[in-house]
Every structure is written in structure tokens, then in C-alpha cells.
Design a protein around this ligand. Structure first.
Ligand code: PLP
Length: 391
């Protein structure tokens, strides 16, 4: 019997990948599957990005790069942060990582240890809790409530901070709810955090470019009082339809960047070189594809929300960001995971049960509307028919 460290008895995973595997399996058996489960754009990576990566390979860019990423890419990230958030950053504080997820892995490893507490959103991206558990720190869920339009409540978040709190994880626009925390609430939170100067903040802004109805994305980067303890997580996966490229970036404060760099050297040496050149083209090339994708998501969002609200027993708030709807299914009489599973097996529609995102996810399912409008309409029709026959 091999004995691994205790963390491996506690580490979790992301059920979206299990649902994806099952959906793929059913499709291989000839079933007509519509996947509203996994959260990834259904668009192709724009051509100029693909061409830049191919050219990099042909030009011989296939060796190791600096562990922090190629200099022009870190400079382009810094320029991008200035353009989007109006804040100057030092490219020396930017780390290129193999996917946005890696930043949370690193940040939680840095701060989690037995006896410490880490605050994370519930419902929220499942890896936050999984990694916190892995380190032995105590996971402290910050409730994200439907009646609050799935935004963070500054007051509730601050009330959960104790002298053991080491890290606060924020996520807006949010997975799985599509909630976007408004500026006033973020300002209140940041003002409150001044009372807790030893609490680090990791702001997961992977959906920063996906907001709707004029809703503003407020980056935590814009608050000078947080600069010496803010870890910013962002990347290319969602914005440029590059999930399989595994390209992300993070900004680290002065006191942490060298530790982050050392962790990178220990774990992966550097990120895939040609992918870095593709990511560079994404930031420096035309941004029209991003605007086009967001416009398309916006249209699908309306179809999804209207369709869900037309189904008896389901009510869905209008999500203001990301590409997820998180309808309340409590009136259907179904438990969320049982419903998600039945929908996949019986109707071929893949969704994710809310409890996969936390305790407060019971009573909800997540639908990703990163799929064609026709497929979304078809899926909603199948869900309605199934519920009418199985209440
Ligand atoms: N953060 C959130 C909130 C996400 O939803 C995801 C992906 O689903 C990630 C981070 C990870 O992104 P990546 O695919 O770049 O690792």
C-alpha cells in the first residue's frame, strides 16, 4: 500500500469534465447530444492567432522560454491591462502560466496550510474548494445569493474574515452563476479590506471581457490599496476561444512574484513556446473577433433566459456576465444533480448540477450558452418536454 500525503484524500475535481466524458461517450454510441455542460466557447480560435503559432514553430520557436514567459508577451499583457483597466503594471510582475486555473493552484498552495482559512465563493468554481482542502486549510464559503443577483456582498464577505484568514478569492463575472459584482459593492469591499492588511486577495477575472446590458467589469487592479497583496488571474481561454491552448497569465505583487516564478520552474519550466506566440498575436492583433463573440453570446443569453423562464417550475435571473445561466429549479421537485443526470441520460442535454459548485448550488443547474442558438432552442425544448412528463 503506497501512502501519499493526506491532501490526496481530500482533493476534489471538476465534474464538468466527467459530464463531458459521459456526453462524448453517449455521442459515440450514436446519441444526439447537446452539450451545455462544459464552459468553453464553441468558436474557433481566430485565424491570425493560429497562424502566429504555426509561424513560430516554423521559425524555430520550439525551445524553452524564460520561466515567466517571453518578454514581448509579458509586455503585451502589461499593455493590455493598461488599455482595459487603466493601470500601469511592471511586466516583471507578470507570469505566463499554462491556463488560468494554474494561477489559483499556485495562489492557494502559497497561502493554504492547516490552521489557516481561505474564503471562496459558493457557488463557485469547484477547484477553489478542492485546492483549499488539498492544502489542509479550512475552506470558508462566501455565500453568493440569487436574491443578490449572484453578486458578492461586501458586508457578508468581510464578516467572514478572522485572524486566521490568509486569502480571499473573488470571481466576477462569475462561474457558475453569470453574476457580476457592481462597482459600489466592490468599493465597499475594498474599503473594508483596509482593516485586514494581512489578507491576500486573488481576483479571478477570467471572464473580464464578457459582460452584458452595459454592465461594467470592475477589476480589483484598479484599487491602489490592494496592489501589494493582489494576485490577478486572467487568460486567453475564454476571451479568445483558446481553452485547449492552455494559456493564462497572472499578475503578482512584489513580495510574491519570485516565489511564483520558482514554483513555475519547479513544475513546468516554461509554457509551450509556440502557444505563447499565438497568445501574443491575440493581444496585439485585431480585437474584432472578441467583440463579435461577446455579441453572439449576448443574443444566445437572451434566448436561453427567455426559454428557461417559459418552462413551468424554472426561473432564471438574467446573468450579466460570463456565458452561463444558473436557473432555479426548486419548483420542479427535482434535486439538481439528479435532474442534470436525467437530462443527459434521457434527453441528451448535458448540464451541470449546482451542487458541483458548492453547497448553495442545490436547487440550481448550470447551462453554458456557448452553443449555437439552434442547439440551445432544441435543448430547451427537450428539457421542457422532459419536465412535463416527469414532475
Ligand atoms: N476561473 C474560472 C472562474 C473558470 O470558470 C475557469 C474555467 O472554466 C478558469 C478559471 C480556468 O480557465 P483555464 O481554462 O484558462 O484554466
Amino acid at each position: 500500500m503506497l501512502h501519499t500525503i493526506g491532501g490526496f484524500d481530500r482533493i476534489g475535481e471538476e465534474n464538468a469534465f466527467a459530464v463531458l466524458a459521459r456526453a462524448t461517450e453517449l455521442a459515440a454510441q450514436g446519441r444526439d447530444i447537446i452539450n451545455l455542460g462544459i464552459g468553453q466557447p464553441d468558436f474557433k480560435t481566430p485565424d491570425h492567432i493560429v497562424e502566429a503559432a504555426i509561424k513560430a514553430l516554423r521559425d524555430g520557436q520550439h525551445g524553452y522560454t524564460p520561466a515567466t514567459g517571453i518578454a514581448p508577451l509579458r509586455e503585451a499583457v502589461s499593455a493590455d491591462l493598461l488599455k482595459r483597466h487603466g493601470v500601469e503594471t511592471d511586466p516583471g510582475n507578470i507570469l505566463i502560466v499554462p491556463g488560468g486555473k494554474v494561477t489559483m493552484f499556485m495562489a492557494i498552495l502559497m497561502f493554504g496550510e492547516p490552521g489557516s482559512e481561505i474564503l471562496y465563493p459558493d457557488p463557485g468554481f469547484p477547484i477553489y474548494r478542492s485546492m483549499i482542502e488539498f492544502t489542509g486549510a479550512r475552506p470558508v464559503p462566501v455565500p453568493i445569493r440569487e436574491e443578490n443577483d449572484f453578486a458578492f456582498s461586501a458586508e457578508e464577505t468581510l464578516s467572514l474574515i478572522t485572524d486566521k484568514t490568509r486569502l480571499l478569492i473573488l470571481n466576477s463575472p462569475a462561474n457558475p452563476t453569470g453574476g457580476v459584482t457592481p462597482r459600489a459593492e466592490i468599493e465597499k469591499l475594498v474599503a473594508g479590506l483596509e482593516r485586514f492588511p494581512d489578507v491576500a486577495v486573488m481576483s479571478d477575472e477570467i471572464y473580464s471581457q464578457m459582460t452584458y446590458d452595459g454592465m461594467e467589469h470592475v477589476s480589483l487592479l484598479g484599487f491602489p490599496s490592494l496592489r501589494d497583496r493582489l494576485i490577478l488571474l486572467d487568460g486567453w481561454s475564454k476571451t479568445y476561444a483558446m481553452t485547449g491552448w492552455r494559456m493564462g497569465f497572472s499578475l503578482w505583487p512584489e513580495g510574491l512574484i519570485d516565489k511564483a516564478r520558482k514554483l513555475a520552474v519547479n513544475a513546468w519550466s516554461c509554457v509551450n513556446a509556440p502557444a505563447q506566440f499565438g497568445a501574443l498575436a491575440a493581444l496585439t492583433g485585431p480585437q474584432t473577433a472578441v467583440a463579435d463573440m461577446v455579441r453572439e453570446f449576448d443574443g444566445r443569453r437572451k434566448v436561453t433566459v427567455d426559454g428557461l423562464n417559459a418552462i413551468e417550475g424554472i426561473s432564471c435571473r438574467v446573468p450579466l456576465g460570463a456565458f452561463y445561466a444558473f436557473p432555479n429549479i426548486k419548483q420542479t421537485g427535482w434535486k439538481a444533480k439528479a435532474l442534470a443526470s436525467a437530462l443527459l441520460e434521457e434527453t441528451g442535454v448535458a448540464t451541470i448540477g449546482g451542487p458541483d459548485f458548492g453547497v448553495l448550488g442545490e436547487g440550481y443547474i448550470r447551462l453554458s450558452y456557448a452553443n449555437s442558438t439552434d442547439n440551445i432552442r432544441d435543448a430547451l425544448g427537450r428539457i421542457e418536454k422532459f419536465l412535463n412528463e416527469n414532475r
